[in-house]
Design a protein around this ligand. Structure first.
Ligand code: GRF
Length: 214
C-alpha cells in the first residue's frame, strides 16, 4: 500500500505513521506528504525521513474544486492508493471524498460522533464529560464523519484545560492511527453497512481499542 499523508501543521501524527512504517510494524509505505501550507512543520519531518513532499497551497486556487483536483493529481502522480489526513485543516469537496471512499482516513481528537469540528477539547471540558478520546475513521462528505476504525478513550482530569487535555489525547492518537493503518494494510478491515468490521479470525466488530494493549 502506498500512502499519501495530508497535513497542515506540526505533523506529530505524520511522525507516528512514518515511525510505524519504518519499523515495519505497518506494512505500508508513506510515499508522499502533501501540505496546504508552505510553512507546515510536518514537511521537515517528511524531508528528514526522505519522503517526497508537495505543497498545494489552497490560497492560490480559485475554487475548492480546483484545489481538490490538484491534490488528487499529486496523489496519483506519486502512485499512492490511500490517503491519511493528519491535522489537515481543509474541508474537501464531496466529489473528492467520494473518489477516495474507503481509501481515505482522518483522525479527530474526540470520541466521535461526540464533538466533531474545531475546538473539540474546549467543548468536551465545557460539557463536563469525564471521558473523551480520539477516533480514526474513513471519510465521508460530512465533516468528521464516517465508519470508525479505531478509537481510544482518554479521561478528562480535574484541572484540565484544553491544552493539557489535547496533550493527553495526542499520545493516544499516536497509538490508534498507526493501529488503524496497520489493520487496513493487512487487509483486515471491511466496511459493511457503513460500519467497520475487523478481521480477527472472522470479520467482527472490534469495539473500543485500548491503547495500552496496542
Ligand atoms: C491532531 O489532534 C488531530 O487529531 C487533529 O489535528 C491535530 C494534528 O496534530 N485533526 P499533528 O499535526 O498531527 O501534530
Amino acid at each position: 500500500m502506498k500512502v499519501a499523508v495530508f497535513i497542515s501543521g506540526r505533523g506529530t501524527n505524520l511522525q507516528a505513521l512514518i515511525d510505524a512504517c519504518e519499523a515495519k510494524d505497518v506494512p505500508a509505505e508513506i510515499a508522499l506528504v502533501v501540505a496546504n501550507r508552505p510553512g507546515a512543520q510536518g514537511l521537515q519531518r517528511a524531508a528528514a525521513a526522505g519522503i517526497k513532499t508537495v505543497v498545494v497551497d489552497h490560497t492560490t486556487f480559485e475554487s475548492r474544486e480546483a484545489f481538490d483536483a490538484a491534490l488528487d493529481a499529486a496523489v496519483r502522480r506519486a502512485g499512492c492508493d490511500f490517503i491519511c489526513m493528519a491535522g489537515f485543516m481543509r474541508v474537501l469537496t464531496e466529489d473528492f471524498v467520494r473518489k477516495w471512499r474507503n481509501r481515505m482516513l482522518n483522525i479527530h481528537p474526540s470520541l466521535l460522533p461526540a464533538f466533531p469540528g474545531i475546538n473539540c477539547h474546549e467543548r468536551a471540558i465545557e460539557a463536563g464529560v469525564r471521558i473523551t478520546g480520539c477516533t480514526v475513521h474513513f471519510c465521508r462528505p460530512e465533516l468528521d464523519n464516517g465508519p470508525i476504525v479505531t478509537q481510544a478513550a482518554v479521561p478528562v482530569l480535574p484541572g484540565d484545560d484544553a491544552r493539557t487535555l489535547a496533550a493527553r489525547i495526542l499520545e493516544a492518537e499516536h497509538v490508534i492511527y498507526p493501529m488503524a493503518l496497520k489493520l487496513i494494510a493487512q487487509g483486515r478491515v471491511r466496511v459493511v453497512n457503513e460500519k467497520v468490521l475487523i478481521q480477527d479470525g472472522q470479520f467482527t466488530s472490534a469495539g473500543v481499542m485500548n491503547p495500552t494493549k496496542a
